[in-house]
Design a protein around this ligand. Structure first.
Ligand code: ATP
Length: 308
């Protein structure tokens, strides 16, 4: 069954003066996705997010949020999204609950009980009555996310939500996002440059570089598209390198403590083994290595091919 589109971005572009910052990008975010929006510093992530929220006017392109066109039906589009774009500011001498009550009071349609619900969702219900000045950075960030949830959004956009957090704070935010996605049917669009976070949290990613979309898809799909890496356990490393160097399907060879790490075209590990054995090399093992998303990202953004 095709999943419902929650965020559709079609041919979006933006320049500042002569500088093209976002270049004709299209993104598809479906119901239930935890969608990672990745890119090196200055790639255009924040500018894109600001366009998704109507804070920056695009030069060209269309944004639909939950079926509402952002340009033509702004209120419906924006009311169905929650967003945390900068470090949230709170009244430090008030409690978490009191801070959320101030926001709730501006929106009479939000029931009182919602404050407790969202505090529970971000696991701050036991700190609800403590002053925000006693909160850690991670707790403040979670309170910021609670604030975005007050009006029952179907889509939540977070710009670098774990930026500046310690490992424990990052873990808490990560776990909370996964839980909200599962239990509350919230779709997330998260910009980050932390690749490890993406691997652990997101089911889909888009990679932006200098305003261009250079990859989009599931983490699994993107890695499957890439070369394979195997470790070849052998004592005859120098001879093995001489033999493999000439094979067109071998992309790179490095030495490891027990043999060689070889990057090759996907599907050629058996041929690699056969080539070595037929030339008299004693191959003890060929071990497939899981290529990390981090390596994939670095290959791609430092001069690799495009997988859009
Ligand atoms: N209002 C503006 N006027 C001129 N240039 C801008 C403006 N906003 C952003 N830029 C430029 O656009 C480019 C993309 O910036 P943007 O903040 O969108 O990137 P980013 O991917 O979010 O980077 P980072 O991870 O460092 O925040 C940068 O070169 C930035 O200097």
């Amino acid at each position: 069954m095709t999943k419902k589109a929650v965020l559709e971005v079609i041919n979006l572009s933006k320049s500042f003066g002569a500088k093209r910052v976002v270049n004709d990008i299209s993104l598809d975010v479906s119901e239930g996705d935890i969608y990672g929006f990745l890119g090196p510093n200055g790639a255009g992530k924040t500018t894109t997010i600001r366009m998704l929220l109507g804070l920056v006017h695009p030069d060209a392109g269309t944004v639909n949020i939950n079926g509402h066109n952002l340009m033509h039906n702004f209120n419906d589009a924006i009311n169905s999204v929650g967003a945390l774009v900068e470090t949230p500011a709170f009244h430090l001498s008030l409690s978490g609950h009191q801070n959320l009550a101030l926001i709730k009071n501006l929106h009479p349609q939000i029931p009182e009980k919602r404050i407790h619900e969202v505090l529970e969702m971000v696991r701050l219900d036991n700190k609800a009555n403590d002053q925000v000045k006693t909160y850690s950075l991670g707790m403040k960030q979670r309170l910021g996310i609670a604030r975005t949830l007050l009006h029952y959004p179907k889509l939540v956009i977070l710009d670098e939500p774990t930026n500046g957090l310690d490992p424990q704070g990052m873990k808490e935010v990560r776990e909370m996002i996964c839980q909200l996605s599962l239990e509350q049917d919230i779709t997330f669009f998260i910009s980050t440059h932390l690749l490890h976070e993406v691997e652990q949290t997101c089911n889909k990613v888009a990679i932006l570089q200098e305003g261009d979309l250079i990859a989009q898809g599931s983490v699994k799909q993107l890695l499957a598209h890439n070369n394979e890496v195997v470790e070849i356990i052998t004592d005859e490393t120098d001879l093995a390198i001489d033999i493999l160097r000439s094979a067109p399907f071998i992309k790179s060879i490095g030495k490891t403590s027990q043999g060689l790490s070889v990057e090759l075209d996907r599907g050629f590990s058996a041929s690699t083994n056969k080539m070595l054995v037929s030339r008299g090399i004693a191959v003890n093992y060929v071990i497939p290595k899981q290529q990390s998303f981090e390596q994939y990202f670095l290959d791609l953004t430092q001069g690799g091919e495009s997988h859009v």
